[in-house]
Design a binder for this molecule. Structure first.
Ligand SMILES: C[S@@+](CC[C@H](N)C(=O)[O-])C[C@H]1O[C@@H](n2cnc3c(N)ncnc32)[C@H](O)[C@@H]1O
Length: 257
């Protein structure tokens, strides 16, 4: 077994396991995005023909997955990755007709109000979604009854409550870990607005281990290799799941179901 083989886990992630690990590693921007999305989607009701915003879609693996697995029409919106680069990924994956790439910043989304059935965001919300005003802003783009689903790095305890960022996390991630809130923090942050009802707020089971498997495969097979990924491997190995996880949070906007 190599770290590459560890990325095929049909018992745990049957849909993701049908995707070529080499393709996915080529689109790497963080932990295995399809495992996160496949697990998150268990708490969503995605149906063919729905219009779905993939917010912070990066190089596009999750948008391909959404189009193929759930038959939805996807708008893939991202800031760091240009629309041409993402569109090439969608065309090569055979979903160019079902996924539109849009280059945009998350606070100035160029979409009509109430124009999406769902918004999905994988490993991106921590960069732009923690401010008090962000959920109300984003909810405006959902139809009444529309769904929101988000996977984001999380801590098992709020940094604010423990008073420090654990040293092994701080050494690798720096201050950015203050945005890695608990699942319950997100539940409160969203529900207090009364704009949405939170339908699930939980940690991905063994998220730290999934992340470690991914980092090991990246270290072995990515061109940027061990030097780029060893710090993350060390962080996760030290952590052992004590602090680090992923929060999977879903909600439904008020109004029609
Ligand atoms: C870690 S990558 C994850 C990409 C992809 N969802 C995945 O899982 O492979 C985070 C993504 O968030 C996007 N992002 C960060 N800040 C953003 C912002 N202010 N507006 C829009 N997208 C943003 C970046 O462009 C980047 O592609």
């Amino acid at each position: 077994m190599t770290a590459f083989d560890d990325l095929v886990r049909p018992d745990r992630y049957p849909r993701s396991s049908r995707y070529d690990p080499a393709w996915l590693l080529g689109l790497d921007m963080g932990p295995h995005p399809l495992w996160l999305l496949e697990n998150l989607a268990e708490d969503l009701d995605l149906r063919p023909g729905m219009r779905v915003l993939d917010l912070g879609s990066g190089k596009g693996a999750t948008s391909v997955f959404l189009a193929r697995e759930y038959g939805v029409q996807v708008v893939a919106a991202d800031w760091w990755i240009g629309a041409d680069e993402a569109a090439a990924v969608f065309a090569a994956a055979g979903v160019g007709d079902r996924v539109e790439a849009v280059h945009t910043e998350a606070h100035v989304l160029p979409f009509d109000q109430e124009s999406f059935d769902a918004v999905v965001s994988i490993d991106a919300f921590e960069y732009f979604g923690t401010a008090d005003g962000y959920l109300p802003y984003l909810a405006g783009f959902l139809r009444p009854g529309g769904q929101l689903g988000m996977a984001t790095p999380a801590m098992t305890r709020e940094v604010r409550e423990s008073g420090v960022i654990p040293r092994h996390v701080k050494d690798v991630v720096g201050w950015e870990a203050i945005a890695w809130h608990t699942a319950e923090w997100w539940r409160f942050q969203w529900e207090i607005t009364e704009l949405v009802t939170v339908t699930s707020a939980r940690l991905q089971p063994d998220a730290w281990w999934d992340w470690l498997l991914w980092a090991r495969a990246c270290a072995e097979f990515r061109p940027d290799g061990r030097a780029a990924h060893q710090p993350v491997i060390d962080m996760l190995t030290t952590d052992g799941g004590e602090f680090l996880s992923f929060a999977l949070v879903t909600a439904r906007k008020g109004g029609a179901g």
